[in-house]
Design a protein. Structure first.
Length: 144
């Protein structure tokens, strides 16, 4: 299980840094604004996409986030990366601009697969905490 955790956290860290932190720090730069315009998207799309990416990164990184929300974050990142590859292929041709999002997508798939391996092994808590589910006695002590 230790190997699985290491693979999961490395892949997840790459996704969070590349698709969460970096857009949050660079989406307002002139280069990013021009890149979105060249792809044919309106300026508000850049802002909206950045908010969703940062939110998704937060959902992936915190272990107390329910599994269903993590699934939505993985799906959102997957859709975003596929759309990035298609958009870049249409505008620039099928070159490095189109291939790079697919490389990040492959890393996302690794993170997703290992997240489920760890989830099935019980490394992450499923759903709500036991206290939130009401598994405690009258004194407020969590039942074993």
């Amino acid at each position: 299980m230790k190997k699985n955790k290491i693979i999961f956290w490395i892949a997840t860290a790459i996704i969070v840094l590349w698709d969460g932190v970096m857009p949050g720090l660079t989406s307002h730069t002139p280069l990013a604004v021009e890149a979105i315009r060249k792809l044919g998207y309106p300026d508000y799309f850049r802002v909206m996409l950045t908010v969703f990416k940062v939110t998704g990164a937060i959902l992936l990184v915190f272990p107390f986030v329910p599994a269903r929300l993590k699934e939505w974050a993985y799906a959102g990142f997957g859709i975003s990366l596929i759309c990035a590859a298609v958009s870049n292929a249409v505008v620039y041709g099928f070159g490095s601009f189109a291939i790079f999002p697919l490389v990040i997508l492959a890393i996302l798939v690794v993170s997703y697969v290992y997240y489920h391996k760890l989830l099935d092994a019980g490394a992450f808590r499923r759903g709500r905490s036991r206290v939130a589910q009401g598994d405690f006695d009258n004194a407020g002590v969590v039942l074993q």
